[in-house]
Design a protein around this ligand. Structure first.
Ligand SMILES: [Zn+2]
Ligand SMILES: [Zn+2]
Length: 397
């Protein structure tokens, strides 16, 4: 079967590349992927694949029914682009001003279409069902990410229910031909927070008549640094950084309020809650000790992506079968970035894979206006995704 998968994908490589280029020209904002949706829908329909809609507006699912009995796996492809002006000159440059596929989601979707074409031609060899999940709004953590909303709209629970998920993202720190992953956390929980410290404004020469929010906020910020260093096990990881501090308008006046804003990254739910709870105490009690008041707003953004051990094993095996020995890289550290694939991984056993595109020379990372998708990896990623789905179906029939 490996030969068939390989041959079919190689025969369709130009077809996949063309889809990537076409999608690259029509980048759309998170939650507004309407043209992208139409493009994917038409491409799937042209292949004779059933399309299910009604998942968070622009989300859609292509369903491939194997001819042998079995269970159902999903493969996820994100659809949204970024609000930035493309600086790469190609004949298929973005046609939408101020928008660019700078995170590789155009390539992810093209691999999704590649999987659709190849798996659809191999239906007789599939045990069970493969659902190709095209997901909007991965980049939009402010509204919770598209994955969470698609799940609410039934993408996992609709019959036949998805019982396992695979996701993949282009990765600059791995080379072309390498696919990396690890058991357990692979992407961080990413939570923004802000604090408002309210005191009592007064002339700077009469501080005893007011309540100083600048001194209060300063003490709170210093004490917050003890949360990671003194409340988290040395075997756990966490990051807390404050990126904005604002307060006051006049050098000789103690202001009424101070705001500060930051972000917390963590890799397991227990640590995440512990950090939140300790922050709340340090902030609220710190303000109280100074007769001030503090409002603490913490947003639980994307949780950490936690890879399932069995799923990693299947993906590792599939990578080596498709790309050869040494192609699978066991990465030793999770990345501190967030990824809403986490919501799928919370519901069903899942694996999130990093698809290398780096070469020896300097390359541009995702979210750079100079980022250029390396088309040489499209066939490689498609092979690994197809094989992982086929292998899971074979083991779970
Ligand atoms: Zn991305
Ligand atoms: Zn991104």
């Amino acid at each position: 079967m490996n030969e068939i998968v390989r041959d079919k994908i190689e025969a369709n490589e130009a077809w996949i590349i063309n889809h990537r280029r076409a999608l690259h020209q029509i980048p759309e904002k998170s939650k507004e992927e309407w043209k992208t949706k139409e493009y994917i829908k038409k491409s799937l329909t042209d292949l004779g694949i059933e399309v299910k809609e009604g998942y968070y507006n622009t989300g859609l699912v292509g369903v491939i029914y194997g001819e042998q009995a079995g269970r159902t796996i999903g493969i996820r492809f994100d659809m949204d682009a970024l609000e930035m002006e493309e600086k790469v000159e190609t004949e298929f440059k973005s046609l939408n001003k101020g928008l660019m596929h700078a995170c590789g989601h155009d390539g992810h979707m093209a691999m999704g279409l590649g999987c659709a074409k190849v798996l659809n031609e191999m239906k007789d060899q599939i045990c069970g069902v493969v659902k190709l999940v095209f997901q909007p709004a991965e980049e939009d953590a402010t509204t919770g990410g598209g994955a969470q909303h698609m799940i609410k709209d039934g993408v996992l629970s609709d019959e036949p229910k998805i019982e396992a998920m695979v996701g993949m993202h282009i990765w600059p720190k791995l080379k072309v031909g390498e696919v990396g992953s690890r058991v357990g956390p692979i992407m961080a929980a990413s939570d923004p927070f802000n604090v408002e410290v309210v005191g009592k404004g007064v002339h700077a020469s009469l501080p005893y008549m007011g309540i100083d929010p600048i001194i209060t906020a300063s003490q709170i910020i210093v004490n917050l640094q003890s949360v990671i260093s003194r409340n988290i096990s040395p075997f756990e990881q966490g990051v807390m950084s404050i990126g904005i501090m604002q307060g006051g308008t006049q050098y000789n006046t103690i202001p009424e309020r101070v705001h500060f804003y930051g972000t917390v990254r963590s890799f397991n739910e227990e640590t995440r809650l512990r950090i939140h709870d300790r922050m709340k105490t340090v902030i609220e009690k710190g303000a109280e000790a100074m007769n001030a008041k503090a409002k603490f707003n913490y947003t639980f953004g994307y949780p950490a992506v936690i890879n399932n051990e069995k799923m990693v094993k299947i993906a590792k095996f599939s990578t080596e079968e498709m790309l050869g020995e040494g192609s699978y890289i066991e990465v030793d550290q999770p990345a501190p970035g967030g990824e809403d694939f986490a919501f799928f991984a919370k519901e069903v056993p899942s694996v999130f894979l990093w698809l290398g595109y780096g070469e020896e020379e300097e390359i541009h990372p995702p979210h750079s206006p100079h980022y250029e998708f390396n088309e040489a990896i499209l066939a490689l990623g498609t092979k690994v995704l197809c094989k992982t789905a086929l292998e899971w179906c074979r083991l779970n029939k």
